[in-house]
Design a binder for this molecule. Structure first.
Ligand code: DAH
Length: 348
């Protein structure tokens, strides 16, 4: 019995001395194993109780329990203290001084595509147009159906589309905005005139290469009024071209087909680099194709509640990438989307 007491006291003293010397949570874990573990010292002392007589056991049990409770209490306190110390040390170590000076990247600038969109829209604002915007995730009926491109129409093949569901898609052209603008007006009992440009992103299932991108920008134009003619279309485009590319710029129309305009044209401008002589930018042609246009098909007007025997209109769609690339001599469309600062810096 006195042997037991002595070895208990010895174990406890040794334990208390050691626990005072711990430096971190790993040390405290070591002590836990050393004393309280299955093969630990305290457990070893308890095993020694097997040699006691049955009379001695109750008293020994009480003594052992008391010592163990004390030791466990000391252990828990040290453990808590150590945990607190370690976490405050970690917090201090991880402090970030947000006031330190950093490497200054300089001030950004507008993206060349946004510059072009702003510039083009400004020209039309000056001609009395307003600006309209609409969703990039669009209903099939606006992007195709009401523009006289029904399901199965071959024009859908050239505008291979990203579908969200059967009737919802990523718009392949801003022409759907023509419908939205006219519908919005007549729905509330309004009547033309309409004069609007609608810039925005469009999407097609094209693989990215030097001249194609699955997302690009168009600016749609729409004018509807009494007595609007092809002459008005040509006059407006000529004004636009001269404002954007200079007084000497000329406009050339080539017959084309779009389902929503009749007649339809593709529109070329004299090359902004060589002025029409022929160079590498226009591939010797002297002309560069910049937009599609035409007189709004009477059926499209009727689809939107506009009386085509009273009103007529013209529409056009400008390719923003092509215009921008031509102006700045950019030969790879990917440069416009990679946002490499070394490239963008040149347009400040
Ligand atoms: N939406 C046509 C396209 O993406 C471009 C276009 C052609 C727009 C004729 C028009 C238009 O408004 O009248 O190819």
């Amino acid at each position: 019995m006195s042997d037991l007491r002595e070895s208990l006291n010895q174990t406890r003293e040794e334990f208390e001395k050691k626990i005072k010397e711990i430096q971190n949570l790993a040390d405290i874990e070591k002590i836990r194993v050393e004393y309280f573990g299955k093969k630990g010292k305290l457990t070893g002392v308890l095993r020694g109780m097997g040699n006691l007589t049955p009379e001695e056991r109750p008293e020994a049990g009480k003594m052992v329990n008391e010592v163990r409770a004390k030791m466990e209490e000391v252990f828990a306190q040290s453990q808590a203290k150590m945990k607190a110390l370690e976490s405050s040390y970690k917090l201090k170590k991880e402090v970030i001084d947000v006031t330190l000076p950093t490497h200054y990247e300089g001030c950004g600038a507008r993206h060349p595509l946004n510059n072009a969109i702003n510039e083009i829209c400004d020209i039309f604002l000056g001609l009395g147009y307003s600006i309209g915007e609409g969703p990039e995730v669009e209903y099939d009926k606006y992007n195709f159906e009401l523009l006289r491109i029904p399901k199965g129409h071959p024009a859908r093949d050239t505008q291979d589309t990203f579908y969200v569901s059967d009737n919802i898609l990523l718009r392949t052209q801003t022409s759907g905005m023509q419908i939205r603008i006219m519908e919005e007006l007549t729905k509330n009992g309004g009547k033309p005139p309409i004069k609007v440009v609608c810039p925005g992103k469009v999407y097609r299932q094209d693989t990215l290469d030097a001249t194609h991108s699955p997302v690009f920008h168009q600016i749609e134009g729409l004018v509807v009024d009494k007595g609007v003619t092809m002459g008005d279309l040509v006059g407006s485009l000529r004004l636009f071209a001269k404002k954007l590319f200079g007084e000497n710029t000329e406009v050339r129309l080539r017959p084309h087909h779009f389902p929503f305009t009749e007649p339809s044209v593709e529109v070329d401008l004299t090359c902004w680099k060589c002025g029409g002589k022929g160079c590498n930018v226009c591939k010797g042609e002297g002309w560069i194709e910049v937009l599609g246009a035409g007189m709004v098909h009477p059926e499209v007007l009727e689809n939107c509640g506009i009386d085509s025997s009273v009103y007529s209109g013209f529409a056009f769609g400008i390719g923003v990438e092509r215009t921008t690339m031509g102006r700045y001599g950019i030969d790879d469309i990917r440069l416009l989307y990679e946002n490499d600062v070394r490239f963008l810096k040149q347009f400040k």
